[in-house]
Design a protein around this ligand. Sequence first.
Ligand SMILES: C[S@@+](CC[C@H](N)C(=O)[O-])C[C@H]1O[C@@H](n2cnc3c(N)ncnc32)[C@H](O)[C@@H]1O
Length: 238
Amino acid sequence: MSATDGWRDSAQAWIDSLGEEGDFGRKWVLDKPMLERAQGARRALDVGCGEGRFCRMMQAQGTRTLGVDPTETLIRKAKERDPQGGYLIAKAEDMRVEAGGFDLVVSYLSLIDIPGLEQAAAKMVEALEPGGRLLVANLTSFSSAGTIAGRWLRDRDGALKGFLMDHYLEERAEWVEWKGIRILNWHRPLESYMRVFLDLGLKLTHFAEPKPYGGDPEIGARYARAPWFHILEWRKEP
Ligand SMILES: C[S@@+](CC[C@H](N)C(=O)[O-])C[C@H]1O[C@@H](n2cnc3c(N)ncnc32)[C@H](O)[C@@H]1O
């Protein structure tokens, strides 16, 4: 892992903030549609698996999993919580996993953390068997713009006034901080993500901008005001 992306120093705060159930966006917006799409997979590779939460959830619906992540503390926690599961400490860009060994590759909110998008995407596609699926949940490029933009504007009383979007086409890494976590995130225009998978010959078979299905309605309402997450599913042509 790069010593400078913040993940090593933020790992424990990340584990604490996520808890067993996940944060709002995972628990109330992404988990359900992601699990529905992962249903039926025989063997899944979860790239940027963190402390292994989604691996455990996929296993609960009958999928064998391998989780890959470069942050040692997170992989240690993943193994502690799931001693039978497969986990590997590696960056997506140079992970060594079985080529064509998976019918599903998952990236659950990890693409914005990966500096080498093109190398990582190529590795993900290599790991897929022909006809296999790549399932991606990502922060939309309209909300990943970090400190320059991608944030809420508030009026004097603190009420939400709107969402700031600026410098959209500038690809850049920015530090983001919350709850004791301080990490480097990549902002890339949507085209960068689409182009990399299209250039690798994948076919887009699903696109969704999921809405919250529960939880605190006040928090949930923010997801209807600004674009936040999207889910894409790609297929490796046989
Ligand atoms: C926002 S977390 C998401 C973790 C997990 N998928 C989840 O949803 O709970 C992003 C993860 O990407 C990992 N990461 C950072 N750089 C990476 C890289 N080069 N390759 C793969 N994963 C990376 C971090 O260690 C972290 O676990």
